[in-house]
Design a protein around this ligand. Structure first.
Ligand SMILES: [Zn+2]
Length: 487
């Protein structure tokens, strides 16, 4: 009882201090006018007396020299143009690309400068994988679902470091409990890519992503299955439940929301032809995400599932492999994104012959080529992703999967897709993007995620399939994680 009283008084104190916060807004106001800088309010005493005032800190100690990296004599693939620049120089200050010039750039005196002699090699943006599952690679399905969580997390951390060292400096994670992994990477605890997290895959009872066993049925509302407890997926069977699940992901920092609008290959109980969420349920997700300033992407194969999602306001379709001509036209006319993957044949063959999953894979795989052809024909906004699942060996092929796009695209088109174009998809997260600044391009003012390639990947895209050999320098956020030139 006394504990409750203490808790309550703490809450009251918090509420009171919140109402005194230096926002200038009245207590309980959602206007946030001071935050926008629109209201010229006098700063309250708490701000002026703060010891953390930047001026005071600056006067007390000399500011440490900022880190500058100067790339000399490089040819630039900028993530937009389908060609290399003439010989150029690029200066990175802190985590930003400050200057790009064909003229020599002098080393600034006010900085700790690292000079990289490019020797005519190619400087390009870090690669982006738009369909990644950082928590579902090292562990086999049974381990990922039922195994020890800390073991799975450590494996995901090691894989994240490998991902970065393959030159993928950003991933859009479309399902899995990645919030802790992302935090550890962003804080520098471990090396890894930037992560745009979706959090749990939201599905219906029996839908793609519901990995429960039949003995776990029926569900009692309010109880969570193991997969839900670890944040891998979340089951929702009404618009109201969808809203709760979406908001739970947003509360944890999701930059976009992922729902499964139709059946999937790897899940045990969802037929490929099934449409799962109702339009009202999809609409509830879109509204909740939209209120938070971001968007919904859905896993969908069939025309029916895709069309229903688009009618509900979904902004991106994952896979889309069973789409028809009319659906491709619809996607194009609505400006919806398509996020297909050139899934390798060995992934299909990985499902045991005679299994339900293999039968579903056999149905879906022929659609991959047709989907890319339709995407090209109707000029659909197309992202690049790999969707590697439960295989470290396949993850090591991440660059090779990108190179496989040359079945449908020129090397330059494929590289633009995996850099500048993917970054445009990431930008749909708006203010929910975890990383302020421009990604996927080499231009002044953009975030400094850069690869130095030993060769010209536009002439020979196979270079990206062997990053250990050919990416001689890897930089993320202005920090060099690999440099084989200086040693
Ligand atoms: Zn996936």
């Amino acid at each position: 009882m006394r504990g409750q009283v203490r808790f309550l008084s703490a809450v009251v104190a918090l509420v009171l201090s919140a109402s005194c916060a230096p926002s200038g807004a009245p207590p309980g106001s959602d206007a946030g006018s001071a935050a926008t800088g629109a209201a010229p309010t006098t700063p309250p005493a708490t701000v002026s007396s703060s010891p953390a005032s930047p001026d005071a800190a600056g006067a007390a100690t000399a500011a440490p020299k900022v880190a500058v990296t100067l790339f000399k004599n490089v040819r630039i693939f900028d993530g937009k143009a389908e060609k290399l620049s003439d010989t150029s120089n690029v200066m990175v200050r802190g985590n930003i690309i400050e200057r790009v010039s064909s003229d020599a750039i002098q080393s600034p005196a006010d900085a700790n400068v690292t000079v990289i002699e490019g020797g005519g090699r190619t400087l390009m943006p870090g690669l982006i994988d738009a369909h990644w599952h950082a928590m579902m690679i090292r562990s086999a399905p049974a381990q990922a679902i039922a195994g020890d969580v800390s073991y799975n997390n450590i494996g995901a951390g090691a894989e994240a470091t490998d991902t970065l060292l393959r030159g993928f400096t950003t991933v859009r994670d479309v399902g899995g409990p990645t919030f802790g992994l992302k935090q550890a990477i962003d804080e520098g605890v471990i090396a890894g890519p930037r992560i745009f997290p979706s959090g749990a895959i939201i599905t219906i009872t029996g839908g793609h992503g519901d990995f429960r066993q039949l003995y776990e049925l029926p569900r009692t509302i309010g109880t969570l299955s193991r997969v839900e407890q670890i944040g891998a997926s979340a089951v929702a069977d009404s618009p109201d439940e969808v809203r709760v699940r979406v908001r739970e992901q947003l509360m944890q920092g999701a930059s976009q929301i992922k729902l499964t609008a139709g059946g999937g290959v790897s899940s045990p109980h969802s037929p490929i032809d099934a449409s799962t969420f109702t339009e009202a349920e999809l609409r509830a997700a879109v509204e909740a995400a939209g209120n938070w300033g971001t968007y919904v992407t859905v896993h969908a194969f069939t025309p029916e599932a895709i069309q229903r999602a688009i009618a509900a306001g979904v902004k991106c379709i994952e896979h889309g492999f069973l789409m028809d001509e009319a659906t491709a036209k619809l996607i194009a006319s609505k400006g919806v994104w398509l996020s297909p993957q050139p899934l390798p044949e060995e992934l299909r063959q990985g499902f045991p012959v005679g299994s339900v999953q293999r039968a579903k894979a056999d149905e879906v795989w022929p659609g991959i080529a047709r989907t890319y052809e339709l995407a090209k024909k109707y000029k659909i906004k197309t992202a690049f992703g790999t969707d590697v699942l439960f295989s470290q060996a396949l993850a090591q092929q991440q660059g090779a999967i990108l190179a496989a796009l040359v079945r449908w695209y020129t090397p330059a088109e494929a590289l633009v897709m995996a850099t500048g174009t993917n970054a445009q998809l990431l930008a749909l997260s708006g203010k929910r993007s975890p990383y302020a600044g421009k990604l996927g391009v080499v231009e002044e003012g953009a975030l400094a995620d850069l690869l130095l390639v030993d060769g010209n990947p536009i002439a020979d895209i196979k270079l990206v399939a062997d990053p250990a050999k050919n990416f001689v320098l890897i930089m993320k956020d202005g920090k060099i994680y690999k440099d084989t030139l200086s040693h």
